[in-house]
Design a protein around this ligand. Structure first.
Ligand code: CP
Length: 315
């Protein structure tokens, strides 16, 4: 695993290896064990060109638990605000001997651009690019599902909301399919479900109660207004009426269904606080699990770097 840019194309053994490895890191991420030395002497640069609370901080915590040195570039006060190009930013950080870039950008393909242009020994991890991909979020979601539900083959997973603009949904669908999930459903208004989603072997619903019927896992998505250009949208009130998850809407799901959300939540838009904070919600567990899963992915990339530098080829 040299880079981690997208879930698309990753096979089940690799996805499972990431989840298994993350399982082994839970003790470290929860601080029962303080640190492991797997990335000692490595420099990991967090480059967040777009806002983040959960992803940036859990990447930083994960890197520190792996004993790496962490650079957090504050884009607002960096020279990108003076017109420096992405490529020049990359070259300057390379000159500081960075070993890994963790990149978030509002342009789809930004992390791939870094991976194409970075020196061959450097790894790049995609922390979310435009509406394209958020692969580490999808993996922490898979980890959370597996811890609660076990075998993916038996599960019905419903993803609800703004599928069209969601990099999280796209990555989740690839991960769920890759792990052999029994049934994957997407639920939302016609204007927010892209046509190509049909190619991904999912069932499409436009009615929330029908879509979550007998589901084991219900994943809610944020209405991503910052990515909407002229889409015909209901008002937030109308949206909540039709697609907001309430205890009543959840009645048709399995009694032991879990409710997930990648965050940030817009309470009263995509879900009610009673559900977000209720007994079936695993939303904060998702955040905690992000540390172990990001440790797993970063350590696999650094392990691959070490093997390449020792002439053993990429594992
Ligand atoms: N889920 C997620 O990507 O959250 P942040 O935008 O806070 O990182």
């Amino acid at each position: 695993l040299k880079h981690f840019l997208t879930i698309d194309g990753l096979d089940r053994p690799l996805l499972t290896e990431i989840l298994d490895r993350a399982e082994g890191f839970l003790g470290v991420s929860e601080q029962a064990v303080k640190k492991v030395p797997l990335c000692r002497g490595k420099i990991i640069a967090n480059l967040f060109f777009e806002n983040s609370t959960r992803t940036r901080t859990t990447f930083e915590l994960a890197a520190k638990r792996l004993s790496a040195d962490v650079l957090n570039l504050n884009i607002g006060t960096s020279s990108t605000s003076k017109g420096e190009t992405l490529l020049d930013t990359l070259r300057n950080l390379e000159a500081m001997h960075v070993d890994m870039f963790v990149v978030r950008h509002n342009v789809s393909g930004a992390a791939h651009f870094f991976a194409q242009h970075a020196a061959p020994h450097i790894s790049v991890i995609n922390a979310g690019d435009g509406s394209h991909s958020h692969p580490t979020q999808a993996m922490l979601d898979m980890f959370t599902i597996r811890r609660h539900k076990g075998d993916f083959g038996q599960l019905t997973v419903a993803i609800v909301g703004d599928i069209l603009h969601s990099r999280v949904a796209r990555s989740q669908i690839h991960a769920l399919r890759g792990l052999g999930t029994g049934e994957v459903r997407v639920i939302g208004p016609r204007t927010l479900i892209p046509a190509p989603v049909e190619d991904l072997d999912v069932r499409i619903f436009h009615d929330l109660r029908e879509g979550v019927r007998d589901a084991d896992v219900v994943i809610m998505l944020r209405l991503q207004r910052e990515r909407m250009t002229g889409a015909l949208l209901p008002s937030e009130r109308e949206y909540f009426h039709l697609y907001g998850l309430t205890e009543a809407q959840l009645e048709t799901a399995k009694p032991d269904a879990i409710v997930m959300h990648p965050g940030p939540i817009n309470r009263g838009v995509e879900m009610d606080s009673q559900v977000a904070d209720g007994p079936r919600s695993v939303i904060l567990e998702q955040v905690s699990n992000g540390i172990a899963v990001r440790m797993a992915i970063m350590s696999m990339c650094i392990g691959s770097q070490n093997r390449r530098s020792q002439g053993e080829g990429d594992g």
